[in-house]
Design a protein around this ligand. Structure first.
Ligand code: ADP
Ligand code: MG
Length: 597
């Protein structure tokens, strides 16, 4: 793919490096480094103009760079029947360019997973979208998105949601979890939108705020931990709501409250929100009420169920309870979900909730080549420089643990002539959106990021993730590692993850080795001693603890049946002691005659 000035190369398989301290010769200085970077094919860095927006008036700014929350969506008109007419211009915006799917050839590796069920009765996972009983508009939008077959998590979640169950779904990074909840939820609402949705203005006559405003009464609430993830899910919702009456809106911190409020006042059926901004709006019940919510979805649920969010979370879920309608479904999604979080999560779910687990909870997948290299702190900068110069220019995310470190490293690379930008939580939202845009368009194909970007971000062609600083056990631990490296190798593509390691990271050693072993990766010499002596991999969250936790005891079996609802979760889990059904997902995820997906 050719993008402004940089050819985003497909990363060739790299020889594992172990110790980089000898690699890094003295750094070249000023002009020499710039020339070297150009020679290697990296585009020239562009200095970010922090003052640019101060010199423009508000309208100019918005015209120059609209906020993600103001992005165009399909606007319904009263005169439409059940399905709105196509809108060519919007269709291009929603489904072309960066949104053209780039399914990799290695989806097979996501398919080779264990999905087992502890229940005797359940609907089969769908083998194709066509057989899922979806609304015709949803099917059409899936086609426009270029999704040919459901991924395993979609194959299992779609029927679970279509049959009206609460849900916890855990599946690897980049395996299509967003569509796994949006597709069935939107499809179920589409036919009923006219009946269920709150009254709204007819936008075909324009929008006069003082006359036409309505209160936002969403049917679906999607809560996510970060702003960038919120806007990304909003984008997916804009696509899957195309030509329907369902109107998605997004609210998140740092973005313009006024604009977000105006969007809400035009009517909102699907609300995607970060918790802080959501609470702000919930405090203004004349603008937003959750009384109509039918589906509450928590993405990256284990992150949001952390203690720091507890107060907000309880309020958000209680807010939904103002809802008189008993038919309110809760769903939680993530790639990691430790036992503590699972216990908290279950408090919010109906007894007959469905648990879908694709692969081991918290596992990575084979499409990320992981290398761990020894790098003393004092050598890391040089190592990073050498590493970047040794690679074909490609989209690279470099994770650090602190905001000052992100700024320092961004400056350093910039001075070395490399096209970097950075993102962290002290940046204004405008700067954050600009950084992501510069990274996506490859104007700045190197992104220095803190943990704020570890989760959920789905950017095409991220070929390399560098853990300049590894997470520590007390801050994120191995789960954070899994989410970070999951920014590459998405949806069947390949990618490389390089982690710098030294004695300060020894707390992560044992967990890191287990992940490397599980994914058949090379174990560097300095980590050999951390490998389990008997070679047997044992993960803390391996066990199917839920069954013994009291509220879900008993044979799960009938929960799929709408009428019979014993207090038992239907469990589609791997590693639950029944590997005989390890090939379950295969039928769900057909390959074409070439073996390609
Ligand atoms: P996850 O939440 O599991 O990390 P995402 O929902 O972000 O993954 O999806 C990863 C990418 O896969 C997205 O770019 C999405 O558009 C794409 N995708 C999702 N489902 C399919 C499918 N069935 N076929 C092809 N691409 C898909
Ligand atoms: Mg996701």
């Amino acid at each position: 793919m050719s993008v402004t000035g940089v050819e985003v190369a497909v990363m060739p398989p790299q020889e594992p490096l172990e110790d980089m301290s000898n690699l890094a010769a003295a750094l070249p200085g000023g002009e020499e480094s710039a020339a070297l970077a150009r020679e290697k094919g990296w585009v020239a860095p562009q200095r970010y103009n922090y003052d640019a927006y101060n010199t423009l008036d508000k309208d100019e700014v918005v015209n120059a760079l609209p906020w993600a929350s103001n992005s165009a969506k399909y606007e319904w008109k009263e005169e439409y029947g059940d399905i709105g007419p196509p809108n060519e211009e919007l269709e291009k915006m929603l489904f072309q360019d960066e949104y053209i799917p780039r399914v990799g050839k290695l989806l097979e590796n996501l398919r080779q997973i264990e999905v087992t069920a502890e229940t005797t009765e359940r609907p089969d996972p769908i083998k194709s979208f066509d057989e899922a009983g979806l609304h015709p508009i949803t099917l059409n939008n899936i086609k426009l998105c270029g999704y040919v077959f459901p991924t395993p998590v979609q194959a299992y979640c779609i029927p679970a949601v279509m049959t009206g169950h609460d849900l916890i779904a855990v599946a690897q990074t980049g395996s299509g979890k967003t569509a796994a909840f949006l597709i069935p939820v939107l499809s179920r609402l589409m036919g009923k939108a006219k009946k269920l949705a709150a009254p709204r203005p007819d936008l075909s006559n324009g929008f006069n705020e003082s006359l036409d405003s309505v209160r936002a009464e969403p049917l679906v609430l999607i809560v996510v931990p970060t702003r960038e993830l919120a806007t990304q899910i909003f984008d997916e919702a804009r696509r899957l709501c195309y030509r329907s009456m369902l109107r998605p809106c997004v609210i998140y911190g740092g973005g313009p409250t006024r604009d977000q409020r105006t969007e809400l006042m035009k009517g909102c059926d699907i609300l995607i929100a970060t918790p802080g901004r959501l609470i702000d709006f919930m405090d203004r019940p004349n603008i937003l009420t959750l009384c109509r919510v039918r589906y509450t979805i928590i993405d990256e649920a284990d992150e949001l169920l952390q203690a720091d969010w507890e107060a907000e979370f309880t309020k958000i879920l209680a807010g939904g309870d103002v809802n008189e309608d008993a038919d309110h479904r809760y769903m939680m999604f993530s790639a990691t979900f430790n036992r503590g979080c699972r216990q908290v999560a279950r408090k919010f779910l109906a007894n007959d909730y469905v648990r879908i687990r694709i692969g081991r909870v918290g596992s990575s997948h084979l499409n990320v080549t992981q290398q761990v290299v020894w790098a003393e702190d004092s050598m890391k900068k040089k190592c990073l420089y050498d590493l970047l110069m040794a690679m074909p220019p490609s989209r690279t995310i470099v994770f650090v643990n602190t905001k000052p470190q992100a700024d320092l490293l961004d400056d350093f690379l910039f001075n070395m002539g490399l096209p970097s930008t950075s993102i962290h939580s002290d940046r204004t939202q405008r700067e954050r959106e600009d950084a992501i845009r510069a990274f996506k368009t490859a104007k700045s194909p190197i992104l220095i990021a803190t943990a704020v970007s570890a989760r959920g971000l789905d950017i095409k062609n991220v070929m390399h993730v560098v853990n300049y600083d590894l997470p520590s056990i007390s801050h994120g631990g191995i789960d954070e590692y899994i989410h970070r490296i999951g920014r590459t190798a998405r949806i069947g593509n390949q990618g490389l993850a390089t982690s710098f390691y030294n004695e300060r990271n020894s707390d992560m050693g044992p967990d890191l080795v287990k992940i490397l072993m599980e994914c058949n990766q090379a174990i560097p010499d300095f980590l050999q001693s951390e490998a389990p002596p008997d070679g047997v991999l044992k993960f803390d969250d391996d066990t199917d603890d839920e069954a013994g936790d009291g509220d879900n005891t008993g044979g799960a079996g009938d929960a799929w049946g709408a009428a019979a609802a014993p207090a038992a979760a239907v469990d589609f889990t791997a590693n639950a002691g029944d590997n005989a059904t390890a090939t379950d997902a295969q039928g769900a995820w057909p390959v074409d005659a070439n073996g390609d997906w």
